[in-house]
Design a protein around this ligand. Sequence first.
Ligand code: HEM
Length: 213
Amino acid sequence: MTSFSEILKTATWADHESAEDESYLKELMGGRLSTEEYGEMVAQHYFAYLALDGASKALAGHPVAGRFVFPELYRQEALERDLHTVYGRNWRARIGPSMATQTLVARINQVASWPGGYIAHHYTRYMGDLSGGQFIRMELQKIYGYGRDGGVDFYIFDEVGSLPRFKNEYRARLDALDLDEREQQRIIREVKLAYQLNTEVLAELLHSVKAAA
Ligand code: HEM
């Protein structure tokens, strides 16, 4: 029988392709954006992860959702270091959540009381950061010359240890969920929505970058 982690990945891979193909990422990976334009994505991550990590902290004791709470994944402090590196000491005054980020944050908060909803958004972000995010980190380090002291700390998960081992454990936890067909489909729909909302954040970034050009 196909495991839920495989079903989920297969059912949402086309949505992943759309996220991966987003033009902002192409411009970023192509080395065509300034550090401040890169910083705009870091800033949007900051607001999204405040919501996501906040949901995790609130759910730590939950019997089901709590199995997907990993303090070693929390990103707030890493993002603060990155924002400091990009924008300097006054970084807080330079950033704000975009409309698309506000929509994403509202959705995360709205579904956080449903374990499947929390897991859907958690999976879409963190499994991505631990996968393609590692490729993005290497490219950003080449493009901007960031080392390990701020700039791309968001993508560095030293406390996690072996990423392949962690991802296998994560998939095992997805497979251990007691889900009927209906609930599986509901989670798949939420992951698709999470991809869409995250892709819209990237699309909006490109508009603001182009508008400023
Ligand atoms: C340059 C952009 C990207 C590249 C090159 C990329 C690449 C990859 C690759 C190669 C994998 C498979 C890793 C594995 O199976 O171990 C993966 C998995 C994943 N990516 Fe991405 N990705 C990118 C952007 C994104 C974005 C923007 C998101 C979310 C918004 C995302 C979410 C995910 C998720 C959730 C997985 C885990 C799928 C699973 O194993 O169930 N990725 N990515």
